[in-house]
Design a protein around this ligand. Structure first.
Ligand code: C2O
Length: 353
């Protein structure tokens, strides 16, 4: 069976899995979407005239940072129950990752939907960012708005982008819409990121840390078959396997940014809370870029072609507040989806360990 989010989103239940300390879950485990009076419509990729070009966060102009901040501020200003609000967008991650939906529609009520640790990882997050980007663009009335990506695979990008912590004109970071109170204060810029982080500081000096990160990237991107890169399909009977970017660099960044003093390592350190930190979407912008780069590395690097993968589907509110169903098979061509990435060098290609 392809994984299928239910047509009736009211079947969603509060998050049940993966929150170690639910009584102290500061973001709340009630992560179902706002109700809809209609069933999701099959989504058709819209026509467009200009590609949205996603820029690397460390090269944004001050004007771009301001534009991005004003979009996030507009999202945060919406009432909580609006499908485009910061809170509802944050909840989506919890709903798809912490047991809020099951596979009842496909006769598998024992199988909860989990978009991690499997081949659903890249396509689910691509769709999630796709709508998030379009919603932000709509909020600032800019049809070409493109989400920045956190370019953590190149030395100049190996720290939390400064805009997330900048204190703003009056010196109070809480007035910066990109600020999140639940981050590891030991890892603020200019601390160099550790792409193998699992909770313990590496102790490496910055030159060695950068070189280690580049070899990590090489290992997780080069000479991987389709199955190795994507991981395996979810399976009710055996544990699926994640690809190396998901389990490696991607998870390391989550744990590295999340606050270890919070009961559930909020925000980025837990599935249920990760979507509340604006840095999540910029982090996943680079994860999404890795999918594209992997494909461009070799003609033999092709997407999965099995029907369970192609027909897996999720339900989102689009930028017009319309409930829509989207399929993996419709997210394999980013230019058809209306965006591309501004090029950035991939120095790790020379970093064979
Ligand atoms: Cu859905 Cu970065 O995880």
């Amino acid at each position: 069976y392809p994984i299928t989010a239910p047509d009736d989103i009211s079947q969603c239940v509060a998050a049940t899995t993966g929150v170690q300390d639910p009584d102290n879950a500061v973001r709340g485990v009630a992560c179902c979407p706002p109700a809809s009076s209609t069933a999701p419509k099959p989504y058709v990729l819209p026509q467009f005239s200009t590609l949205r070009i996603r820029p690397p966060a460390q090269r944004l102009t001050p004007e771009y940072v301001e534009k991005y901040k004003s979009a996030i501020a507009a999202m945060k200003a919406l009432p909580d129950d609006h499908p485009h609000s910061w809170k509802q967008q944050g909840k989506i991650h919890c709903a798809y990752c912490n047991g809020a939906y099951n596979q009842g529609m496909n006769g598998r009520s024992d199988l909860e939907i989990q978009v991690h640790n499997s081949s659903l990882f890249f396509p689910f997050h691509r769709w999630y960012l796709y709508f998030y980007e379009r919603i932000l663009g709509k909020l600032i009335n800019d049809q070409t708005f493109a989400l920045p990506y956190w370019n953590w695979d190149t030395p100049t990008g190996m720290m939390l982008p400064a805009m997330f912590e900048d204190p703003g004109p009056n010196g109070n970071p809480r007035t910066n819409p990109l600020f999140d109170p639940f981050r590891n204060v030991g890892h603020l810029p200019p601390t160099i990121l550790d792409l193998q982080y699992r909770g313990t500081e590496s102790g490496l000096n910055c030159v060695d840390q950068i070189n280690t990160n580049l070899s990590t990237m090489y290992n997780q991107m080069v000479n991987l078959s389709t199955d190795d890169f994507f991981g395996t399909n979810p399976d009710p009977d055996i544990a699926s396997r994640p690809g190396p970017i998901e389990s490696g660099a991607h998870t390391a960044v989550h744990i590295w940014v999340g606050n270890p003093r919070m009961p559930n390592r909020e925000d980025l350190g837990n599935f249920y809370s990760a979507g509340y930190d604006p840095a999540f979407y910029v982090h996943h912008g680079n994860v999404d870029r890795m999918w594209q780069i992997w494909r461009d590395l070799s003609p033999s690097n092709v997407d999965p072609s099995n029907t369970d993968w192609l027909n897996a589907s999720y339900v989102f509110y689009d930028e017009n507040e319309e409930l829509v169903r989207v399929y993996n098979k419709d997210c394999v061509d980013i230019k058809k989806m209306g965006y591309d990435f501004e090029r950035s060098r991939i120095p790790w290609i020379q970093s064979r360990p």
